[in-house]
Design a protein around this ligand. Structure first.
Ligand SMILES: Nc1ncnc2c1ncn2[C@@H]1O[C@H](COP(=O)(O)OP(=O)(O)OP(=O)(O)O)[C@@H](O)[C@H]1O
Ligand SMILES: [Mg+2]
Length: 362
């Protein structure tokens, strides 16, 4: 019996080894991986040229970069920032670039603190003075990614009025900028650049390059099928393509059925990745919603949530807003005195419990 068990587990291990054998480099399949060369499209050139203007005369326009999920906004900007840093160094241009993920640095204070590498508790005025000085010393390019998460708009006012920094603002919805007050809009007037969803042909190029970097063996026909599915069913969101490619690479099977099941796994992977970034409060909110498949009114949800978390209504709505921005919940109704109905938008709601359990173990 004992002998049998050992043999079984040996077989399982061997299967695992075989499955992993085709992976040359796991890091390539992380969504924040930056390849040495990226697939270039028109927007890449436009942004690159404007960065060039800034490196030259220090007069690059602010840009408002928008596009739906997985259209390469973050990668393109991070890549160009890194390249411009190298270029400036080679040409002796005094340039400093910053990439600020606004989801992590949500207000003016924390962004200025990050830029100036200041200690926590530095008074606001001292911080703005320090930032002004630092941003005056050289040419500065500052990318603010996922700007929708910004809680106060002062930073945009400050950067456009008080400094010569070039701002690359990244959002999913180009109409977001309309929300800004007139006083900010009059000084922060970015040029719009829109990233359209990837076509199947573009996705094929991106995924073939990833396969080349990350796998020993792959099949172009299988990647073609995958690219077509992602373009038509996932609005060209490259994230699904990359996550599915990893599953295909592991199995090293490329027929249509395996591609379809890899795509289903990628949906699950992405939902789990999103849940892993949430606070415990937000996860609890989602787990309440998971028990109400038809949705809940905000009042009902607030009362249930309050049984565990003693938060004010505004704080509760901040959580809801955040989840909404991340596409994890949907809100409807709310007109003519009807209450807002909140619904969960996850395809795999059981992942919420899985994530909560994972945290307990940690
Ligand atoms: N031009 C490209 N060349 C190579 N890889 C790409 C390219 N565009 C996107 N990718 C890959 O696709 C994935 C999604 O890209 P990215 O994160 O830049 O999208 P995004 O537009 O910022 O999406 P979101 O709105 O969700 O933040 C990443 O893993 C990225 O590496
Ligand atoms: Mg992004």
């Amino acid at each position: 019996m004992g002998q049998q068990k050992t043999l079984d587990s040996f077989l399982v291990f061997e299967e695992g080894i075989r499955r992993g054998e085709n992976i040359k480099n796991n890091a390539v399949f992380r969504l924040d991986y930056i390849p040495e060369k990226i697939y270039e499209r028109e927007q890449y050139r436009v942004i690159g040229r404007e960065i060039g203007v800034h490196m030259g005369k220090g007069a690059g326009s602010h840009l408002l970069i928008s596009g739906t999920r997985g259209t390469g906004k973050t990668l393109t900007v991070r890549y160009l920032l890194e390249e411009s840093r190298k270029f400036a160094m080679e040409r002796g241009i005094d340039l400093e670039v910053f990439y600020i993920p606004v989801r992590r640095f949500r207000n003016t204070y924390s962004i200025l603190k990050e830029i100036t590498s200041s200690k926590h508790g530095t008074p606001y005025d001292a911080l703005t003075e320090k930032a002004k000085k630092k941003l005056e010393e050289k040419k500065i390019i500052l990318a603010l990614d996922e700007l929708e998460f910004l809680e106060d708009m002062e930073i945009l006012y400050f950067l456009s009025r008080e400094t010569n920094a070039m701002v690359l603002a990244i959002v999913t919805n180009p109409l977001w900028v309309k929300k800004l007050e007139d006083s900010i809009q009059s000084s922060f007037q970015p040029e719009p650049i829109i990233f359209p969803p990837y076509s199947a042909t573009e996705l094929f190029e991106i995924l073939r390059q990833r396969a080349e970097l990350g796998l020993y063996e792959y099949d172009e026909k299988g990647i073609e099928i995958l690219s077509a599915i992602v373009a038509s069913r996932f609005n060209g969101d490259a994230r699904y393509g990359i996550l599915a490619l990893k599953h295909l690479g592991k199995e090293n099977k490329w027929d249509e059925e395996t591609v379809n099941s890899a795509v289903a796994k990628s949906v699950r992977d992405l939902e789990l990745l999103l849940l892993a970034t949430l606070s415990h409060e937000s996860l609890d909110l989602l787990s309440i919603l998971a028990t109400h498949p038809d949705g809940m009114s905000t009042t009902e949800l607030f009362h249930t949530f309050r049984r565990k978390w003693d938060v004010s209504k505004p704080t509760f709505f901040t959580y809801l807003n955040d989840l909404d921005k991340q596409g994890l919940i949907g809100t409807g109704g709310g007109r003519r005195g009807k209450p807002y109905i909140v619904t969960l938008l996850l395809q795999y709601p059981e992942l919420i419990k899985e994530e909560l359990k994972r945290r307990e173990v940690k």
